[in-house]
Design a protein around this ligand. Structure first.
Ligand code: T1G
Length: 691
């Protein structure tokens, strides 16, 4: 089987692409397709050509791995599409699975498109920091109209074949065998002339459409480059000849592709997939089928965790210690679902179906048959040990016993059971029914089967699972503590809290450290600092932020924290707090100074990078890419920066080390070594993967 098979079906030539797993337009594919068109051109008996994907999908796009190849080595998708656009015999794209990016662009350059009912098609390039670079910005508007094309290209989300048919993007939905249906369609159109070519169509649009789109991306794509280029090109499709837009598209694609934002987004595309790979865990590792779940605790976390299972049809038994707490938990779950139904995200029937899968109880014994039990109670080691001791006696053999702890030692929790191999940490992020990140904490004795089952479960409930090791704070929270330390230090030295938050907002984070602390509750961090000082035998912390908490200002939940909050929870600096900070500096003998945004940004991001390097060195995270995935999905770090470690690679580790030392921070040994060797974290990951 060659990468592109040619099969003659009477007077129709079928070109089948075999480039698993997703038929990306990789080296070899254009060559095979050109050979197919040559064969069709040279054979008078061939009256039409069908292009179809082998395996599970049509072409899922250009091969992202080839983006950084020298131009002459990269597959020439544009060249193939140009030939297709002027081909002398009818061409039919037969779409199943997904036709994405370059895949849809190939289909748009065919004369006709047929698809299975469940096929999907779209132009997701914006999610990679680029734009449709093989005619998509010029052809899609000419088929579906400018507004729909802009919606598809700016969201990057695919549409279903049924909608595509209504839009005229698909000519026929094939109900039976796609290949047979496409051959029949090709035969029926073999003599159609003139051949319909999208590039010969024209499309118009009200200039207000582009103005609205440019206004819209200020919110939806703040700080990003490629969305505005997409709008410019869509405007050319509506106002300039095809050839002009086609040429401009090539130039602007290269500009976007060579941007740090595209490198960041492509880094995350692969890092997210790499994070799911664990040495020693293969598809042959035995796993348990999760047919039912038990949740202990119906509070914010327990309720949110339960929703993840209910939403994918897994029955949940949820335990609380009082009927009042149980009722409250259930009403919050129901309200969350009803709110989603009000927004049209699901029907009221779905709400009842999901609630019907939820069994409340006050008896932990009712968890005896659950395949997995997740504890989500108060963050106290004694409480958790008591629960796991009881679970050990209740849970059926083979049940997975998981703790949702955000920092406590999972080995210690496992030690009170007779089955530590069944114990794992599943650290959900609040709100657990919304945040995609799931830190999967592998304890010393966690079995491969439990780990593999947990990774599969993460995917099934729509989470991005990242395996982390046991330490205080695992990966995300351990790094955020350093970040918080540095943020408080910056204010001690002279920065205003609002300047610190503004620097992170400018970097693209939705919330800076103090906005985030006010939202989470200042008392959470306060108690953690008190706990950490106690276990380390250090004096009780008395920082300026501790003093704010001791005033009773705990953040948004008390209407005031670092900032005051109006009825819309908008943060407003408070003059008394500024005075408290100034008095604190005076008491501590600190001579305050002006601190610029660059220093604030550097110190905050590099505090994450430095702790991340230490975490990497200790093996708590498998890859720098894993740390980036955690930071993007768990803490709102902008994906177009690729995460803190990728950001450091872009800055250059030598420069990061120099700044850390300039700001009085000690670079982690691994970071210092990589910087001295002129290496990047990405190279470090590749070397360890290859090891
Ligand atoms: N290029 C290279 N590798 C790809 C790839 C691609 N386009 N798509 C997927 N893979 C790899 C992926 O890394 C993984 O590898 C394996 O395939 C399975 O992927 C000129 C410039 C198609 C919906 O953005 O959205 O065309 O980990 O785990 O969950 O205008 O893959 O097994 O080694 O995601 O079933 C536009 C990206 C490119 C589509 C399938 N296309 N892919 O999801 O599998 S830019 C995209 C996806 C472009 C043109 C422009 C999904 C999927 P490994 P997977 P899945």
């Amino acid at each position: 089987m060659s990468i592109v098979d040619q099969t003659r079906e009477g007077d129709v030539l079928v070109l089948t692409i075999n480039n698993p797993p997703v038929n990306a337009f990789s080296p070899g594919v254009p060559e095979g397709l050109h050979a197919g068109l040559d064969a069709a051109e040279g054979d008078g008996g061939i009256k039409a050509v069908v292009i179809i994907g082998g395996g599970r999908t049509f072409i899922a796009g250009a091969d992202i791995k080839t983006f950084d190849l020298p131009r002459e080595q990269a597959p020439d998708l544009r060249g193939f599409i140009q030939r297709l656009d002027s081909f002398s015999k009818p061409t039919v794209a037969a779409i199943h699975g997904t036709a994405l990016g370059g895949g849809l662009e190939v289909a748009l350059a065919c004369n006709y498109r047929v698809a299975t009912r469940d096929a999907q098609m779209g132009l997701p390039e914006v999610k990679l920091g680029v734009l449709p670079g093989a005619g998509g910005t010029q052809r899609l508007p000419r088929v579906v109209g400018v507004e729909k094309a802009l919606e598809m290209m700016l969201s990057g989300n695919p549409i279903k074949a049924t909608e595509a048919k209504q839009l005229g993007l698909v000519d026929e939905i094939v109900e039976g065998d796609l290949r047979e249906g496409a051959i029949a369609f090709a035969r029926a159109h073999a003599d159609a002339r003139p051949l319909p070519r999208v590039s010969e169509r024209t499309v118009g649009a009200d200039p207000a459409v582009f103005a609205a789109a440019r206004e819209g991306i200020k919110k939806t794509h703040r700080g990003q480059l490629s969305p505005s280029l997409i709008i410019d090109l869509a405007e050319m499709a509506a106002t300039r000849p095809f050839a002009e837009g086609w040429d401009a598209e090539a130039r602007l694609f290269m500009q976007a592709k060579d941007s740090p934002q595209s490198r960041g987004l492509r880094h995350i595309f692969f890092a997210e997939r790499e994070a799911g790979k664990i040495p020693g865990i293969t598809k042959d590792t035995p796993t348990t089928e999760i047919k039912s779940a038990g949740i202990i605790g119906a509070g914010t976390m327990g309720g949110g965790i339960a929703m993840n299972f209910l939403s994918v049809g897994i029955p949940v038994t949820i335990v609380e210690t009082s009927q009042e707490a149980l009722d409250r938990g259930l009403s919050v779950i129901r309200r969350n679902y009803e709110n989603s139904a009000k927004k049209g995200r699901l029907s009221m029937e779905d709400v009842e179906k999901r609630m019907g899968l939820l069994t409340p109880t006050l008896n932990m014994e009712d968890l005896a048959d659950a395949d997995i039990i997740i504890e989500a109670v108060f963050e106290n080691m004694d409480v958790k040990k008591d629960i796991f001791t009881r679970l050990d006696a209740i849970a059926k053999p083979g049940a997975i016993l998981a703790t949702n702890t955000s920092t406590l030692d999972v080995n210690e929790i496992a030690s009170v059971t007779s089955r530590p191999e069944q114990v794992i940490g599943l650290h959900f992020f609040s709100p657990a029914n919304v945040m995609k990140l799931l830190e999967i904490v592998r304890a010393d004795k966690t079995s491969d089967s439990v780990l593999a089952t947990s990774m599969a479960l993460a995917k099934r409930i729509g989470k991005v699972g990242v395996v982390v090791g046991v330490c205080d704070g695992f990966v995300g929270n351990r790094m955020i503590h350093r970040y918080g330390d540095e943020a408080r230090k910056l204010v001690e030295e002279g920065a205003k809290p609002e300047d610190v938050d503004a620097a992170m907002n400018a970097l693209g984070l939705p919330m800076g450290p103090f906005q985030m602390s006010d939202m989470a509750g200042l008392d959470v961090g306060y108690l953690i600092r008190q706990h950490q000082a106690k276990v380390r035998g250090l004096p009780k912390p008395d920082g300026w932020l501790d003093r704010i908490v001791e005033m009773g200002r705990k953040g948004q939940k008390t209407g005031a924290g670092v900032y005051d909050y109006d009825e819309n929870r908008r943060p407003k600096p408070n003059a008394d707090i500024q005075r408290l900070i100034e008095d604190y500096r005076t008491q501590k003998g600190i001579q305050s100074r002006q601190i610029g945004q660059d220093e604030i940004t550097g110190r905050l991001v590099y505090s994450l990078v430095n702790e991340g390097a230490q975490i990497l060195d200790e093996g708590i995270a498998q890859r720098a890419g894993d740390i980036d995935v955690i930071y993007i999905y768990g803490y709102g770090f902008p994906a177009y920066h690729g995460g803190p470690m990728q950001y450091a690679d872009e800055v250059g580790l030598k420069n990061v080390v120099a700044d850390l030392e300039k700001y009085g921070q000690t670079p982690a040994p691994l970071l210092k070594r990589l910087a001295e060797e002129g290496e990047t974290f990405a190279q470090y990951d590749r070397e360890r993967a290859g090891a």
